[in-house]
Design a protein around this ligand. Structure first.
Ligand code: ARG
Length: 490
């Protein structure tokens, strides 16, 4: 079997080393991008006069065939002008994880072998003037770009599910916590909107990453640029990149788009992990704020009564894994001299792992979010006890001219009295209150009611129902435009 580089070697490789250094087992996922990049390169070779028109057609048709036999793309093989470009999208289920080849060193070698098997020596012409270093950099950019489109689509579905639940929640209230201690009441919708802020920023970060990676390394050669005068702008256009990359050394050796992407995924995963943690807590007997959907829960083989939040626990657990992938990438890259080093091959598996992990997590999160049941009675009840109106009570005094520090102290004393009497602030008599400050009057009791406490937080971004209504409308708009965008890329 001919290697892509064996000319100068007198000895064959040690078989164990040979097997060990291959990447085909994982980089076969890149086949569809390798095919697309190969087609773009072939066209550029024809334009540069290196391939004849017939050779180009035979190469393009062969690429098409290889793609089809891998059920990657299916277009009219007779029409090379449309070939392969439409194959740029990322579909997890059609990623070529199943192509087998015991000899291929990597996806580039695999493709060359297939090509030569189909059309003979002309197949070897495709590699004219290019290097695997620019190819892998191109394939990975295409992979990440497509993955971003798919993940942002899934993210938009999660957002739609969250906003729908927020709308359904109406004016239901719940306790908000700091230090996991009762803090103040908030609208359930306000709490859900908090996650939407995070998720929309995540979608935005991914879009930023996409914009930065959207330049084409083809024509960068091994390190110094192609040795044939290839039209790089043409190749970039063929692959729907905005432009060619600016520097051949950078293009063949940096993977910051992979780092950025997987770190963006870590942040997204981390947000979902915090949400999952809340779901787990809120499903516990002690909170009882939500009822786990049976379709997304599991039982215990031992304890018959159990319904466990396994999906949420796995969302939390997978986050550790994705953060680990991001960390691995950083460490792999940190000491590499420019330009290409084989270490870079090690960036692929963490990338694929993080991508596939999140690709699987996101639709499940959407499913869970649609199905989970909120117990608004329990949440509302939780929002009425535990002195969550104490800050509102102090504000009542502040509004009557009492200096904030003193008001804080006096309401603190009122709370202490309640703790002794085992009651809430509303149960104290006016006499008891006046003993602390003569500014207390009948209106105080009105101000302690949950509705007044909520309404008091009447600032932009606050939980007053009118503010939440406004926030919901503007969040909805953002989700709608995200959905429009992702559908355009789909
Ligand atoms: N499989 C290799 C990788 O993923 C492709 C590039 C190989 N380049 C080289 N000079 N050996 O990095």
């Amino acid at each position: 079997m001919m290697k892509m580089w064996s000319g100068r070697f007198r000895q064959p490789l040690d078989p164990q080393f040979e097997r060990w250094q291959r990447s085909f087992e994982f980089d076969r996922r890149l086949l569809r991008y390798e095919l697309a990049a190969g087609a773009a390169h072939a066209r550029a070779l024809k334009n540069a006069g290196v391939l004849s028109a017939d050779e180009l057609i035979s190469i393009l048709e062969a690429l098409q065939k290889i793609g089809e036999s891998d059920s990657q793309v299916s277009q009219n093989p007779r029409d090379p002008s449309t070939s392969l470009r439409a194959g740029l999208g990322h579909r997890n289920d059609t990623c070529s994880v199943h192509v087998e080849d015991d000899e291929a060193e990597d996806v580039h070698h695999y493709l060359e072998k297939q090509l030569v098997a189909l059309i003979g020596e002309t197949g070897y012409k495709l590699h004219s003037g290019r290097s695997r270093n620019e190819q892998i950099a191109t394939d990975l950019r295409l992979y990440v770009r497509a993955a971003i489109d798919e993940l942002r689509y899934e993210l938009s579905e999660i957002c739609a599910a969250f906003i729908h639940r927020a709308e359904q929640a109406g004016t239901a209230a719940m306790p908000a916590y700091t230090h996991l201690q009762h803090a103040e009441p908030v609208l359930v919708a306000h709490w859900l909107l908090a996650y939407l802020e995070m998720l929309l920023r995540d979608a935005d970060r991914l879009a930023g990453c996409r914009a930065r990676l959207n330049a084409c390394p083809l024509g960068s050669g091994a390190v110094a640029g192609a040795t044939l005068s290839l039209d790089r702008t043409f190749m970039a256009k063929e692959l729907e990149f905005v432009s060619p990359t600016a520097n051949s050394i950078d293009a063949t050796s940096d993977r910051d788009f992979v780092l950025e992407f997987v770190n963006d995924l870590s942040i997204l995963a981390l947000h979902l992990s915090r949400w999952a943690e809340e779901m787990i807590l809120f499903a516990s007997h002690e909170f009882g704020f939500i009822h786990l959907p049976e379709a997304y829960s599991t039982g215990s083989s031992a304890m018959p009564q159990k319904k466990n939040p396994d999906l949420m626990e796995l969302v939390r657990g997978k986050t550790g894994r994705v953060i680990g992938d991001a960390n691995a990438l950083m460490v792999i890259l940190k000491g590499l001299p420019l330009a290409y080093n084989k270490d870079l091959q090690e960036t692929q598996e963490p990338l694929f792992d993080a991508t596939e992990t999140m690709m699987n997590v996101l639709p499940l999160v959407t499913g869970f979010m649609k199905a989970v049941e909120f117990d608004f009675d329990r949440m509302n009840a939780g929002a009425q006890s535990g002195f969550m109106n104490a800050w509102a009570a102090a504000t009542y005094l502040v509004n009557r001219g009492v200096p904030s520090r003193l008001a804080h102290e006096q309401v603190g004393k009122a709370v202490k009295l309640c703790l002794e009497k085992n009651c809430e602030l509303r149960d104290l008599t006016l006499e008891e209150l006046r003993g602390l400050n003569s500014a207390f009057d009948e209106r105080f009791y009105e101000c302690l009611k949950p509705a007044s406490v909520l309404a008091m937080h009447d600032v932009i971004g606050g939980t007053a129902p009118e503010r939440v209504r406004q926030a919901m409308a503007s969040t909805k708009k953002k989700i709608d435009s995200l959905r429009e965008e992702v559908h355009a890329h789909a």
